[in-house]
Design a protein around this ligand. Structure first.
Ligand code: ADP
Ligand code: MG
Length: 183
């Protein structure tokens, strides 16, 4: 698939919000976990718009264990932000997520990166004890920015800058090993 055809386009239907969710797995069969989690997210999207990035392999950042398998999904949902976070955490739990300590290796991590995206605008900026939008570390992570740029290359993360510029900065800084996978 070319980068162009991977792009998510057209506005969400009324009553729906466009979101981007980051997926990561580095324990067990990460390939199978990521594929199954993408299916679950797609079910959340229902008949609305849906795009998934390529799969990427990345070195753990501030975390232990084997390499991660990462992807980003962009889709439209009728769920409000906290209800969507609930749904993402329920999916994590179904895949056996445990939180023994911060940044522990995990079977599945689902992060709500952006909510209420409109065109190139990254939508909601808000923070409470459960949910911060945009996700507070999305703009720093190659494993978010590389797949996000496939789907939304002209996008801007509120308060952080353009995805393309953030990605260029992370690439130039080096130190985050990542490669796109062909399957
Ligand atoms: P991380 O993804 O940073 O490694 P966790 O997945 O364990 O860490 O998330 C820790 C907490 O982050 C969750 O309990 C959740 O309430 C909170 N959180 C805040 N903002 C977000 C967000 N945008 N997406 C996902 N979780 C978030
Ligand atoms: Mg998380």
């Amino acid at each position: 698939m070319t980068a162009k055809s991977a792009r998510i386009s057209s506005a969400p239907e009324p009553g729906r919000a466009r979101v981007f969710v980051g997926l990561g797995a580095n324990l067990g069969d990460a390939r199978a976990t990521l594929a199954a989690a993408l299916d679950e997210l797609r079910a959340l999207a229902g008949a609305g718009a849906w795009r998934a990035s390529s799969a990427w392999r990345s070195a753990p950042v501030d975390a232990g264990g084997p390499d991660f398998r990462n992807a980003v999904a962009g889709f439209d949902t009728a769920l409000a932000p906290h209800a969507l976070l609930d749904a993402l955490q329920a999916i994590e739990l179904r895949f056996g997520r445990e939180r023994p300590y911060r940044n522990a290796p995990r079977t599945l991590d689902l992060d709500l990166l952006l909510y209420g995206v409109q065109g190139d605008d990254g939508g909601l900026a808000q923070a409470d004890e459960r949910l911060e939008l945009p996700h507070p570390r999305a703009h720093l992570r190659a494993f978010v920015l590389e797949p996000l740029a496939e789907l939304w290359p002209d996008g801007t993360i509120p308060g952080r800058g353009r995805v393309a510029a953030l990605l260029a900065g992370v690439r130039a800084a080096g130190g985050q090993r990542i490669e796109r996978l062909s399957d």
